[in-house]
Each structure stands twice: as structure tokens, then as C-alpha cells.
Write a protein that binds this ligand. Structure first.
Ligand code: ADP
Ligand code: MG
Length: 398
């Protein structure tokens, strides 16, 4: 993979694809983690007197929609970078944008408007990719969180310009590569979240490599129901029951423990003041939903993890947005943070939980990519890595 070490950015105009898909609240950036993660690359390029033209997507707008403008991000970035950031409100492919970019001098930082305002962005329209390419003399991809997308601002433009991985891309690939290619054992994976279907690929690819997996969150109920138990009104993917059975068989064949919850916290509605009951995971009463792992499960998961040398965690153990259904997720975060091990957390919601606890520093790596980190663990590469030259055997070696 070509990196910044291969780029002489001196006084060049460098187009940088960042991942500023951040949560907004009342027109301001609510969590700047992803902006902060881009600073090393920006500072490095500014140190070479490059002019920076930054682009990103934000949310899932349908066409131009001011609610998804990157303008608030420009303000947050200026503050974190300690420099002026010029926001360019026109469409990234427009003549106005091209003009603003032509006026940029070494050391200037421009942030373009949301690339998803462009109808050709997600279709990877080659015409749009060429319009982006005219905005820089070199392209740096630092949006790890988008590197699994074959979109015009990720892979399309990279084909049109000399292109390189930014420092965040490099860091993510190295950290996640360790989970794939040379993990220290015992190696445990903890999965949760809403849907089994999002995580099938990663379960299949990691099962042979790990010493065990612990599964919580709503996805556990698809396994529990597949095994023939009562899950009440818990969230289940009925079309994935066969698949869940196959995964359990596969784990048995490989002799890998696949831990499921033994007890769950159930309620009839998702509300802070809802009446709750701790019930066996295989006997959730009719009309009740399992909304978190129970206290016995928290202990069982923590003792399975004790002594692990590598842990990857993706997906909350319950509806952690609504206390008291956050307790299982917090307990797992605590158990992993306390380990003397190589620990990685990925996934928007699980990372939010870690940040809420202030535990980011107690993990070896907090990935900025949800879908991207899972797809990388599944396939060992991503479209955004391939377009930068792909990974050599040395890059994946211990
Ligand atoms: P991540 O973003 O970390 O990859 P996911 O997006 O897969 O995680 O899943 C997060 C969502 O799963 C959260 O919104 C959470 O409320 C939901 N969830 C977790 N456990 C349950 C459950 N038992 N019932 C319903 N929803 C759940
Ligand atoms: Mg999520």
C-alpha cells in the first residue's frame, strides 16, 4: 500500500478523503473523535507546506440537504487544528469549487461540502471521479471508515491521481492486521449488536483463528431461538435461524467455545423506567424482550476473557442507549479494559459505549471504522486498500 512516505507533498495541492461522518446535535459536532483521528495526516502534510483540499461524506442525505452540511465540521476542525479552515459550500464538482481550490495557497486548508450531495458519488461515476481529481495534484485516502465503499471519492478518484494512504489508514490496517495475521493466544472475540446478518462474514472468517467467541446483544437471540428455546418478543432474524445453526455446528467441529447468554435482562418495552426481570436466556416470557445480558452472563464472559492475550470486540451487549440496559455493555467494556492484552474495539455503537466510559485509552486500539473494520477482518483487504496498491506479504507479517 502506497503511503505518505512515498509522497513528496511539498507545496502541492493535496486532495484528502477524510471520514468526517460525525454525529451532529443542534447544528454542532457532538463527538469529534473522527476529526481528531485525521489530525496526524493533516499536520504532516501541512508540515510540508501542502495546500489541503478535504472531502468527506456525512450521513445519508438524499440529494442536497442543509441538515447534512459539513459546515459545522469546518468549525470543529479549525478549533482542533488551530488554523483557519475555509468551508466551500458549493457542490464539490462545481466550477465555484474548482475556483476556490485554484485560489488555495500552501498551508491553506479547505473543506468541501458533503460528497453525498453528488448523485454520482455512491455510483462511483467516473465523470465525478475525474472532477474530484482536478482538485488536487495528489490524492490521500485517510477515511478508513469509508474504505470498504466503492464510491467516487474513495476509489474512483484514487484511480485518477497518484494516490497514497494517510496515517490513520496505515494505523488501522496495522492494528486490525494483527488480529488476522499474528494474534497472540488465547484470542477471544466478543460480538453483539443488532443483527447476525451484519456479522456472519466476520464470524466465519475468525472462528478458525480464535480460541473462543462470546455473543451477546440482540444477535444472540437468533442463536438461542435456532437452538429451540423461547425468546419471547426479543429481536430475532427469523430468516437467519438456519445460518445460526450452521455457525454453531461449525464452532463445534472446530472445537471452539461459542458462548451465548445464560441469563438476560428482560422488559416489555424499551424505556428507562420499564419494569425489568432477570430471566434465563432460553425462557424469555411471552411479550417480554431480552434487552441486555444478565449478571451471570456478565461474569461468565468476564471469566472467559480473563487470561486472554488478544481480544476483538464489536457490538453492544444490549440496548445500551437506554439505561438500565447498558449495564452488560459497560461490564464487558470494563472486563476488556482491565486485561493485560492486545485489545481492539470496532463499531460505531460499541466505540460510543467505550467513549462514554472514558475507556478509550485503556484499549490498545479503538477503530474508527464499523463496517470497514468488520469487512477488513472478513476479507483481509478493502477496496480502498487495493486501489492504493494492496498489501504485500511483508505488510501482513508479524
Ligand atoms: P456497532 O455499531 O457497535 O457495530 P450494531 O450497530 O451492530 O453495533 O448494533 C448496535 C445496536 O444494537 C444498538 O442500537 C443497540 O440498541 C442494539 N441492540 C443491542 N442489543 C439489543 C437487544 N437485546 N435488543 C434490541 N436491540 C439491541
Ligand atoms: Mg451501529
Amino acid at each position: 500500500m502506497r503511503t505518505l512516505a512515498d509522497l513528496n507533498a511539498r507545496e502541492k495541492r493535496v486532495l484528502v478523503r477524510v471520514d468526517y461522518n460525525v454525529p451532529l446535535k443542534d447544528g454542532r459536532v457532538a463527538d469529534a473523535t473522527r476529526i481528531r483521528a485525521s489530525l496526524p495526516t493533516l499536520e504532516r502534510l501541512l508540515g510540508e507546506d501542502a495546500a489541503l483540499v478535504l472531502m468527506s461524506h456525512l450521513g445519508r442525505p438524499k440529494g442536497v440537504d442543509p441538515a447534512f452540511s459539513l459546515a459545522p465540521v469546518a468549525e470543529a476542525l479549525a478549533e482542533l487544528l488551530g488554523r483557519e479552515v475555509r468551508f466551500v459550500p458549493s457542490l464539490p464538482s462545481s466550477e465555484e469549487t474548482a475556483e476556490a481550490v485554484r485560489a488555495a495557497r500552501p498551508g491553506d486548508v479547505l473543506l468541501l461540502e458533503n460528497v453525498r450531495f453528488e448523485p454520482g458519488e455512491k455510483k462511483n461515476d467516473p465523470e465525478l471521479a475525474r472532477a474530484y481529481a482536478r482538485l488536487g495534484e495528489a490524492f490521500v485516502l485517510d477515511a478508513f471508515g469509508s474504505a470498504h465503499r466503492e464510491h467516487a471519492s474513495v476509489v474512483g478518484v484514487a484511480r485518477e491521481l497518484p494516490s497514497y494512504a494517510g496515517l490513520l489508514m496505515e494505523k488501522e490496517v496495522k492494528a486490525l492486521g494483527r488480529l488476522l495475521h499474528h494474534p497472540a493466544h488465547p484470542y477471544w472475540v466478543v460480538l453483539g449488536g443488532a443483527k447476525v446478518s451484519d456479522k456472519i462474514g466476520v464470524i466465519e472468517s475468525l472462528l478458525p483463528k480464535v480460541d473462543g467467541m462470546a455473543i451477546g446483544g440482540a444477535m444472540a437471540f437468533t442463536f438461542i431461538k435456532a437452538a429451540g428455546w423461547e425468546v419471547g418478543a426479543s429481536l430475532v432474524e427469523d430468516d437467519k435461524l438456519g445460518l445460526a445453526l450452521r455457525l454453531m455446528d461449525r464452532a463445534r467441529e472446530l472445537d471452539k467455545p461459542l458462548l451465548l447468554p445464560s441469563d438476560v435482562v428482560a422488559a416489555r418495552e424499551i424505556r428507562e423506567d420499564a419494569e425489568t426481570r432477570v430471566v434465563p436466556a432460553d425462557a424469555v416470557p411471552e411479550g417480554w424482550m431480552g434487552l441486555d445480558i444478565g449478571p451471570r452472563t456478565r461474569e461468565a464472559f468476564a471469566s472467559a476473557l480473563a487470561g486472554a492475550c488478544t481480544v476483538f470486540w464489536n457490538g453492544p451487549m444490549g440496548v445500551f442507549e437506554t439505561p438500565p440496559f447498558d449495564a452488560g455493555t459497560l461490564a464487558v467494556a470494563e472486563a476488556i479494559a482491565a486485561l493485560d492484552a492486545y485489545t481492539v474495539v470496532g463499531g460505531g455503537d460499541s466505540v460510543a459505549a467505550v467513549n462514554r466510559l472514558g475507556y478509550a485509552d485503556r484499549f490498545s486500539h479503538v477503530s474508527t471504522g464499523g463496517g470497514a473494520s468488520l469487512e477488513f477482518l472478513e476479507r483481509g483487504t478493502l477496496p480502498g486498500i487495493e486501489v492504493l496498491g494492496g498489501l504485500s506479504p511483508e505488510e501482513v507479517a508479524p
